[in-house]
Ligand binder design. Structure first.
Ligand code: AR6
Length: 169
């Protein structure tokens, strides 16, 4: 059996086997959750990221977690919102799928996600939350060694959107 839940909090402190970073294609850090993860993990994270040569939107790459409680970090650049007709929904789903596949490849049982693309990248939260929940649920239903997925929400509004999406599922 598997579970999906939500929590209000800071993903850098969350003790999952893998946490997800809402990165950009350079994988060399930025603001938002990306900046918080790099600060908390320490400078060795940037050193490893430099060896990865970036990442395409909707794909994911793995690093160690360094000073974080998490063993691994799954870095995925979600789509920048351009009005909804540039394939944003499919690219966002692809980010979640890529992270779930990489987590399973590395034997992770627990994975924590932030709300990818809904900050600096401006993907509307009420559209992003159902895509996140449905995509993760499909991956779990298809069979995976991942047993628990937590959406770590940085504000009550984000948590409410993910709870609503979970309740509709
Ligand atoms: N823990 C959990 N969630 C957080 C945290 C945290 N510590 N900090 C912020 N959030 P964003 P994006 C939430 O902007 O939209 C960066 O510069 C935040 O409130 O971090 O995918 C990258 O380098 C929001 O709900 O990511 C890229 O250039 C969510 O995380 C770009 O931003 C995502 O917001 C990516 O933009």
């Amino acid at each position: 059996m598997w579970t999906i839940d939500t929590i209000l909090g800071d993903i850098t402190q969350f003790p999952a086997d893998a946490i997800v970073n809402a990165a950009n294609c350079s994988l060399l850090g930025g603001g938002g959750v990306d900046g918080a993860i790099h600060r908390a993990a320490g400078p060795e994270l940037l050193e490893e990221c430099r060896t990865l040569r970036g990442c395409e939107t909707g794909q994911a790459k793995l690093t160690k977690g360094y000073r974080l409680p998490a063993r691994y970090i799954l870095h995925t650049p979600g789509p920048i919102w351009r009005g909804g007709t540039a394939g944003e929904a499919e690219l966002l789903a692809s980010s979640y799928r890529s992270c779930m596949a990489l987590a399973a490849e590395h034997g992770c049982k627990s994975v924590a996600f932030p709300s990818i693309s809904t900050g600096v990248y401006r993907f509307p939260l009420e559209l992003a939350a159902p895509i996140a929940v449905q995509t993760v649920a499909q991956c779990l239903e298809a069979g995976s060694c991942v047993e628990r997925v937590t959406f770590v929400c940085f504000s009550p509004a984000v948590r409410k959107a993910y709870e609503q999406a979970l309740n509709r599922k």
